[in-house]
Design a protein around this ligand. Structure first.
Ligand code: NAD
Length: 314
């Protein structure tokens, strides 16, 4: 039986990943400090004898003070704040989690000969000048901008993963995750879908940054988790984009959510935050070809499941 460490395993994507790995009868150690998630995400996992929670910060855990004795086979490194407002308010934290925290996890993987997967992001492409974004594109990131703690933090996490692979032969993998949504995301998260759905359910206005003509593409969480696991089980290093290439204007997403929730909410146009990307759409040819992966859940279907979740919570 494999023993797998999932950092950020209490978070939105991480909790779904832990659940899936437990279904496959692996032993899962979830390491999380619950900075940006709620413990209720793992309520259904906590009594599973193959699941263990360690409440800690990846920046404080290393080879010399391991809080567990098991030998790990794999580490999924997802620990990182990701919500746009949080990362802009806490740039030092987010930059160091993806640098110091990720280095600590890489050292643990190296010491145990474990496989390592780093959860990078489409933000690695910044405000892209190439559309859709292919993995070969180096991006257009402002290194000192309001989002740079996150964007450059993730780019540095990628750098470290490749450095450990090159210098130490570590079996490291990088996935670039594009916007993902679904149940268990935080209702107070200011990312597009949780914010629009919770505001629609609370009859509050849906804030549109700028004119809402900027585009995003949204991947349902179960598809994302399948892609992440396929990457870990592959012999690929990456980076490989994981996301849903169906592209939507933000204003259309807001209208769709108002309609699906039968809400009385109105749309409210607000200022665009700095360095807000104008377009975002993954080219997933590599994931299709190398991992035999592509998303299956359409936006309407995923939104219905997400709305049901937030309705039960609110
Ligand atoms: P999330 O905030 O729900 O999950 C992140 C988890 O990491 C949380 O449980 C948080 O408490 C934990 N965490 C943060 N800092 C930590 C630290 N120092 N030590 C231990 N735990 C810590 O967000 P998510 O959407 O599930 O994101 C998971 C990963 O995927 C992140 O690395 C994020 O950057 C990446 N990602 C997500 C998306 C998306 O659309 N959801 C897009 C691109 C990349």
């Amino acid at each position: 039986m494999k023993t797998i460490l999932v950092t950020g395993g209490g978070g939105f994507i991480g909790s779904h990943l832990c659940e899936k790995l437990l279904e496959q009868e692996y032993k899962v150690i979830c390491l999380d400090n619950f900075r940006t998630s709620k413990k209720r995400n793992i309520d259904e996992l906590i009594n599973n004898p193959n699941f263990r929670l360690i409440e800690a910060d990846t920046r404080d855990v290393g080879v010399s003070n391991l809080p567990f004795s098991e030998k790990l086979d794999e580490i999924y490194d997802l620990a990182s704040p990701a919500s746009v407002t949080y990362i802009m308010e806490h740039p030092v934290e987010v930059a160091t989690v993806n640098a110091i925290g990720t280095k600590n996890m890489l050292d643990i993987a190296k010491s145990m000969g474990a496989k390592f997967l780093f959860a990078s992001t489409s933000e690695a492409y910044g405000d892209p000048k190439e559309h859709p974004q292919k993995e070969s594109y180096w991006g257009n990131v402002n290194p000192i901008g309001a989002r740079s703690g996150y964007d450059e933090g993730k780019r540095f996490g990628e750098t470290l993963t490749m450095a450990y692979h090159r210098e130490h032969g570590l079996d490291g993998k990088i996935v670039r995750i594009f916007n993902t949504y679904g149940p268990k995301s935080d209702p107070d998260d200011t990312r597009v879908i949780p914010q629009f759905v919770t505001n629609a359910l609370r009859s509050k206005p849906l804030p549109i940054h700028g004119d809402g003509m900027q585009t995003r593409s949204f991947c349902y969480v179960s598809d994302m988790v399948d892609g992440i696991i396929k990457m870990m089980n592959s012999d690929q290093i990456g980076p490989i984009n994981l996301g849903n290439p169906d592209e939507y204007k933000i204003i259309d997403v807001a209208k769709k959510i108002i309609s699906l929730t039968s809400s009385t909410s109105k749309i409210e146009f607000v200022n665009r935050p700095p360095d807000d990307p104008s377009v975002r759409k993954p080219d997933i040819s590599l994931a299709k070809q190398l991992l035999n992966w592509e998303p299956k859940i359409k936006l309407e279907e995923g939104l219905a499941l997400t709305i049901e979740y937030f309705r039960s919570l609110l």
